[in-house]
Design a protein around this ligand. Sequence first.
Ligand code: ADE
Length: 425
Amino acid sequence: MTATTVRINYEIKDPSLAPKGKQRIEWAGREMPVLRLIQERFAKEKPFAGLRLAACCHVTTETAHLAIALKLGGADAVLIASNPLSTQDDVAASLVVDYGIPVYAIKGEDAETYTRHVQIALDHRPNIIIDDGSDVVATLIQERQGQISEIIGTTEETTTGIVRLRAMLRDGVLTFPAMNVNDADTKHFFDNRYGTGQSTLDGIIRATNVLLAGKNIVVAGYGWCGKGTALRARGLGANVIVTEIDPIRAIEAVMDGFRVMPMDEAASVGDVFITVTGNKHVIRGEHFDVMKDGAMVCNSGHFDIEIDLKTLAEKATEIKEVRNFTQEYKLKNGKSVVVLGEGRLINLAAAEGHPSAVMDMSFANQALACEHLVKNQGKLEPGIHSIPENLDKEIARLKLDAMGIKVDSLTPEQIEYINSWTSGT
Ligand code: ADE
């Protein structure tokens, strides 16, 4: 893509960071062959010509490739951050300076700035929204009903956002189509599991540089993100304990070889705690009271609600920054608890989020979901729609091709066999 001469508005930390950002965006692109093919096709076919798009995503090297795909596809797109701590300022700079994409995102932005950026995204009067956590869609519905007639649809990236969309649907307020990117197989099997798994451990290590081998690591939640996190923690030699509220997931964790116990018990055993439940106050007052001196707590779920930091602060006599993204709370009981990444997504706060190779498939889903909304404008019912199976499978095929891996196909005899019910024992 060539640099643009059109003046655009933006709010980023520092445009002079652009060269570093461009270099890193190009590096990430090496691991994103599927999205590259989509970029090339979009550049020719311009599926979004004449359409306005607002994307609320973690502003990373991988998101840069999604934004570039949308722009090449003809979209008039703006990008805002989906989390105050996840923005990579050099990437934001490069998107503005090198690619002419308006970005409103600064790492460490306060809550007021974050919500103002959500308003800016809606001021763009989008026809399509790409959301990660559903903040833009929730604001649209609560504050901008007059704009809903301009919406073709939205896409949603993450489990938390899907949970919110389901609640909107239940309350009868979701009056346009929403594409459920999270539940595509080529998304959650890889991004949620291997992406969260690797990047969460990466975030903890970058923040603390502690040895994880031999530590008791408590993983709260055994959804796809929890499964990946537990798997990778075990790979580093930790003794992994899982906490769950769902009996089936709890059995799965047991049979995957993990110890399962309630947080009330795990609290006094753990050295490192990682929350990935999507729910509120999973680690709270009574748990902090019994933790070991120096226990570390962090979160890899979408919102910073999983650890009750307000109660922890009330129990503290002093809160001290001991390293980047690492705060020690000295408690009245004489012990201390160490909080990583302010309880926000540790993988994006202290590291760089999921690796490009998994985001390749997640964002291929996002790009194709946007195209699907446009191609089917006026035909999709209001509500939540799965990514069509043929798109999901096509993304998997393209990924395998790019990896140089071939797979079998059914023989005519096998096709006949699985389509008949007459031959049994
Ligand atoms: N969510 C998790 N990791 C991410 C990444 N690298 N880019 C964008 N969104 C993400």
